[in-house]
Ligand binder design. Structure first.
Ligand code: PMM
Length: 412
């Protein structure tokens, strides 16, 4: 799982008290997070905490650009935490590869054009308005479904601007336009968002919702411990990544999860000063999308007879540190071979339901024991539906040794 380490270059962030405001200190902090095992460094110049006041683009740029430049030139994967297109654009030029927009393009829709032009990735956060009045908009009847529906609208806006699906990461925006109870509900109902088929990033680190479990006066240390626990739960839910302040806690918690699951564990190679950092955790994702295969699945006779095209998306997570070190394809999963295996299933024995098909594909992919997690989406864009529609799909998420979970159907 990806671990986003927070590098706040703000004087007023609630969680680090502005300790890392100077450029040198922020750069040093980012480097140390990377050594501890952060796989992405998320550099932000403006606090988004409830009640925080916005700064201008000029001040934001002054804060973040030197930090992004230095960390990117180290070779780190840098994300810029901004909702301003202008800042995103300059940050990409300075070396940022990801734009982390908590407003999901609502504040400054041009941000999607910038991401498309710069071929960056974008984390689209769920958001209903600026932090000063965000609780005013915290009204839901079913949090998971509403967050998923609103995120999907943002995805559509991104696509319209030319952003490809594989550039998109979704984030339920924990604490944004949500009370602590609603934030917990969003996490509980994460499947609704996973079913959209995108990578999922979760940021609960040190946030107020944790006080529901710990009490109002919980110290930063106790919030960090609680955050590490949520990182494990997030990994279990099949997410792509977590955004955390305390990287060591999450690295250790995930190492315990690996041990529990019987995965080879790198021991303490991820903690500061030890060999093998910064990517000793090494989990990565292979994404194979838009695999088109002709098959004969369906409940109707004419579907069985005539057949139709199915489109498959695969998200495969596995340890990658060794392959990155050896540069040898036998140390990773060969995506061409996976594509062949999946195509054979889709072209093979017909089944009634795309749920069954997705499930079979997931099982076949997991036959390679190095694979920790697979998300399979089967699209059936020519399904026999009388209404006008774009697509219907089913997503199945499976982890090694665990029963299938998180199935969802969507039309989009
Ligand atoms: N939360 C904060 C800032 N940026 N970005 C993403 N993608 N997701 C989040 O939940 C998120 C974020 C809150 O601010 P902090 O840095 O002060 O904790």
């Amino acid at each position: 799982m990806e671990i986003w380490g927070v590098v706040n270059v703000t004087p007023d962030s609630f969680s680090d008290g502005g300790e890392f405001f100077s450029h040198d200190a922020a750069i040093a902090h980012g480097r140390s997070l990377r050594e501890q095992g952060a796989t992405v460094l998320d550099v932000g110049g403006e606090s988004t905490r409830p009640g925080a006041h916005p700064i201008g683009a000029g001040e934001e740029l002054r804060r973040v650009l030197p930090v992004i430049e230095a960390l990117a030139s180290d070779g780190a994967v840098v994300s810029v935490d901004t909702y301003r297109a202008e800042v995103a654009e300059r940050a990409i030029t300075a070396g940022a590869r990801i734009v982390n927009d908590v407003s999901g393009g609502i504040e400054d829709p041009r941000i999607f054009d910038v991401v498309a032009a710069g071929d960056a990735e974008i984390a689209i956060g769920h958001w209903r308005g600026p932090s000063a009045d965000m609780y005013a908009t915290a009204q839901y009847s079913r949090v998971g479904d509403e967050v998923a529906a609103e995120l999907l609208r943002r995805v559509e806006a991104a696509r319209t601007a030319g952003v490809r699906d594989e550039q998109i990461i979704l984030d339920p925006g924990i604490g944004f336009a949500k009370t602590p109870e609603q934030s917990w509900a969003a996490l509980r109902e994460l499947d609704a968002i996973s079913a959209l088929g995108f990578r999922l990033l979760i940021g609960v680190s040190r946030k107020r919702l944790l006080t529901t479990a710990l009490g109002d006066d919980a110290s930063t240390g106790r919030r960090d411990l609680a955050t590490a626990v949520t990182s494990v739960l997030t990994a279990r839910a099949g997410a792509y990544g977590v955004r955390v302040h305390d990287v060591v806690g999450t690295v250790d918690a995930l190492a315990v999860l690996d041990a529990w699951d019987g995965a080879p564990v790198a021991g303490s190679t991820k903690v500061p000063g030890a060999a093998g950092a910064p990517d000793a955790d090494g989990s990565g994702m292979i994404e194979l999308t838009g695999l088109r295969v002709f098959g004969h699945h369906g409940v109707f006779d004419f579907e069985r007879e005539n057949g139709q095209e199915f489109v498959i998306d695969l998200h495969i997570s596995l340890p990658m540190a060794q392959a990155a070190r050896t540069d040898d394809v036998t140390d990773t999963v060969h995506y061409g071979e996976v594509a062949d295996r999946v195509a054979a299933i889709v072209a093979g024995e017909p089944v009634n339901l795309i749920e069954t098909l997705a499930h079979r594909i997931g099982g076949a992919v997991l036959a390679d024991e190095r694979i920790e997690f697979v998300g399979v989406t089967v699209h059936k864009p020519q399904a026999p539906i009388e209404q006008r529609f774009d697509d219907v799909s089913v997503t199945v998420m499976r982890t090694q040794g665990a029963p299938p979970s998180g199935e969802g159907t969507s039309t989009r």
